[in-house]
Design a protein around this ligand. Structure first.
Ligand code: ZN
Length: 377
């Protein structure tokens, strides 16, 4: 089908769910009560996605603390720590670099053990819809930068790469479990690679921050890119029969020499990735031209085009979304163009975004897809 609509993953958590999660951590709310709220939240998000007309849906990541740190709750070997335990000056470092990170960090402390990461969430969600499901997983290159600490992780994994390849092998097992369970689309989240669009001879601000907080070293632009792609391929090696996507963020910075450039900076290495689709953020000014990128795609590769903002509360009109999609029409066939928001609406559970605005944006997106099908399909 042309112009298939989907979401990137997360939706805002209700105030009630956030409060209950906090009180559960203090022992004031029983597990059964929290489970009941999580079940209700999942059911409600799925019903709203169906109502908005989204074709490939997610569970809204209601059960995750954040799109990345939740692996620390799932896989034995991680230790969840406050950011100031990694570096006493953490708050000052974040402020100086204008970077926001979640305060609770999953740091690798012991050898990893194979464990279910998301297949349990999928089992809990699938009973609420017959539509195809997307499930998201954090990429190994991302989790390496987020988790390997030069002092705390060295005994378990001497280098960040040792850890990243071990995690990639576990992630591949989870991909196979999800495929077996009937997931249609597995999306591997790689914002850390996306942020590399702002790096060159010098690291971008995220890698600068992780260098200060975790003691990891920047390898240089090409080496970082190659490592990220090689790790992705370790995850998807020999996997078929399920759509595999890679999601990247792009936060252009007006003062940067890379403003107006996009993921095309990663060519040709990026196209060595064994994936079916790149799910990309494209609505911010300065993100670059998606036509430049898709023109270089191999024959069957798809784009998940970011067509609604997850920063801006103003609901885009279907006409605005159609004009965003027109940027790539003529450069790639309509069947290979998917429509999605730029990113998840609430990648971390405390991220606020009005739920009604999120679903109004999705309705506008599915309306735009209908208009595009009339014109092009
Ligand atoms: Zn994103």
């Amino acid at each position: 089908m042309a112009f298939t609509t989907t979401v990137v993953g997360s939706f805002p958590r209700s105030r009630e769910l956030i409060d209950a999660t906090k009180r559960h951590a203090k022992g004031e709310v029983k597990q059964a009560e929290l489970d009941r709220l999580l079940e209700g939240a999942t059911k409600s998000i799925i019903a709203q996605e169906e109502e908005a007309g989204v074709e490939v849906i997610t569970d809204g990541e209601q059960r995750r603390s954040s799109f990345v740190s939740f692996v620390g709750d799932k896989i034995p070997g991680f230790k969840v720590m406050h950011i100031t335990q990694l570096n006493a000056d953490a708050m000052e470092i974040l402020k100086r670099n204008k970077v926001q990170l979640t305060y609770m960090r999953a740091v690798i402390a012991e050898e990893l053990e194979d464990s279910v990461i998301a297949a349990d969430e999928f089992k809990a969600a699938r009973k609420y819809s017959k539509r195809p499901f997307k499930v998201t997983l954090p990429a190994p290159y991302l989790v390496m930068w987020e988790s390997w600490h030069s002092k705390l992780s060295k005994a378990a994994y001497p280098t960040p790469e040792d850890f990243a390849y071990a995690y990639a092998k576990l992630l591949r097992k989870e991909v196979l479990r999800l495929k077996e369970a009937g997931v249609s689309f597995i999306q591997i989240d790689e914002p850390m690679l996306g942020d590399l669009t702002e790096a060159g001879d010098k690291p971008d601000r995220y890698r600068r921050v992780f260098n200060e907080l975790y003691g990891q070293e920047y390898r240089g632009f090409k080496q970082e890119l190659k490592l990220a792609v090689d790790l992705l391929n370790e995850v998807t090696k020999g996997v078929d029969g399920v759509r595999l996507g890679v999601h990247m963020d792009r936060w252009p910075n007006k003062d940067s020499p890379y403003f107006d450039l996009g993921y095309e900076r990663f060519l040709p290495e990026l196209l060595e990735t064994k994936a079916d689709q790149f799910v990309l953020e494209y609505t911010s000014p300065g993100t670059g031209d998606p036509a430049k990128l898709v023109k270089e795609f191999p024959e069957k590769m798809e784009i998940g085009l970011g067509v609604v903002s997850v920063q801006d509360y103003e609901v885009e009109s279907p006409g605005t979304i159609v004009s965003r999609v027109k940027r790539v029409i003529g450069s790639i066939e309509p069947e290979r163009i998917w429509l999605n928001p730029d990113c998840g609406f609430a990648p971390g559970m405390f991220r606020t975004f009005p739920t009604d605005v999120a679903f109004a944006k999705l309705k506008s997106m599915t309306k735009a897809a209908e208009m595009l099908r009339k014109e092009y399909a």
